[in-house]
Design a protein around this ligand. Structure first.
Ligand code: GTP
Ligand code: MG
Length: 294
């Protein structure tokens, strides 16, 4: 048996979290079409009879400006130090390759075996475009393997697992095989709310939002639902107005979508009470980050 830790790294929006969810067959990490969706290290355990891969999904590598972004990039870089192998996800296409080439340097410097997955190949109108892209990414570093994949459709993900497995040490499971993650239901509930904000709001709003769960009451007898109270923190009054929406319409949309996902996650009915608060400049200051759980 082989087992070990694998960091999933790459530029923002490359499809790292989508890959993790696809491989786990479970929606663990939140995803969106906007960059910088993932802010924490997300641990997900993949099991096969002869293999355990402990995946660590990370925030996308980018040039950080705010305190929050510095913390995100530090999280990704420090994860590289703790793993046996790395999965480097690169989005196929000119923009994806440019972003990927910038991230490649820190990976070669980490001195770990790196499997490069060229993702979103389902979007390529012509598969003949693959070969020149693989030739280009090959020049960035000494990759253990390069695998074209579609994380969304699941194409190539088996081969990625096989390539990674060959780079992991021999040994028994590092986590109980029935354990999917070390993240709490509370954390995952907050993330689901943040995902809806990322998906439903535009421009700077998602980047100014943090979510805290203030109360999480387990379901009771007689079918009482899980009762969750959460706060969406924004940085300015204008953002608060956007998140609430006209007549509360946006907050209702966010709440309904998050609640449905929570019910799937927890397997119980959920009662969700959502509040919106202004916490000026929280993403720019260490104090604000700590206060909101970063
Ligand atoms: N067409 C297509 N879209 C994909 C694929 N993989 C991911 N996506 C989409 O790309 C967007 C970004 O995916 P994420 O998984 O959130 O990307 P990420 O690398 O985790 O991004 P950050 O957390 O921001 O660093 C989402 O809209 C996904 O649905 C794929 O194989 N094909
Ligand atoms: Mg992500």
């Amino acid at each position: 048996m082989h087992s070990g830790f694998v960091a999933i790294v790459g530029a923002p929006n490359a499809g790292k979290s989508t890959f993790l969810n696809k491989v786990l067959g479970f929606k663990l990490a939140i995803t969106s079409d906007k960059p910088q969706t993932t802010r924490h290290r997300i641990l997900g355990v993949y099991n096969q009879p002869d293999l355990q891969v402990v995946f660590l999904d990370t925030p996308g590598l980018h040039q950080p400006r705010r305190a929050l972004n510095k913390l995100m990039v530090e999280t990704a870089l420090s994860t590289l130090q703790e793993v046996d192998a790395v999965l480097f996800v690169v989005e196929a296409g000119a923009k994806g390759l440019e972003a990927g080439s910038k991230a490649a340097g820190v990976l070669t410097a980490a001195g770990k075996p790196v499997v490069l997955a060229l993702n979103k190949i389902d979007l390529l109108p012509d598969k003949a475009a693959l070969l020149p892209m693989l030739e280009e990414v090959a020049t960035w570093g000494d990759w253990a393997a390069m695998v074209p994949i579609s994380a969304r459709q699941g194409d190539g993900t088996r081969q990625v697992i096989t390539e990674l497995a060959g780079r992991l040490p021999e040994g028994g499971p590092l986590f109980p095989v029935d354990m999917l993650t070390d993240l709490s239901e509370r954390f995952l509930a907050a993330e689901l709310i943040r995902e809806k904000v990322f998906r439903l709001t535009e421009r700077e709003v998602p980047y100014s939002v943090a979510v805290t769960v203030d109360q999480f009451l387990e379901p009771g007898e007689e079918g009482r639902p899980t009762a969750i109270t959460a706060t969406i923190h924004v940085e300015r009054g204008g953002q608060k107005a956007i998140v609430i929406g006209r007549g509360g319409a946006m907050l209702k949309k966010i709440g309904t979508a998050a609640r449905l996902d929570m019910e799937r996650l927890l397997g119980t009915p959920v009662f969700l009470d959502l509040f919106v608060r202004v916490e000026p400049k929280w993403s720019h200051q260490d104090r604000g980050l700590r206060k909101l759980g970063y």
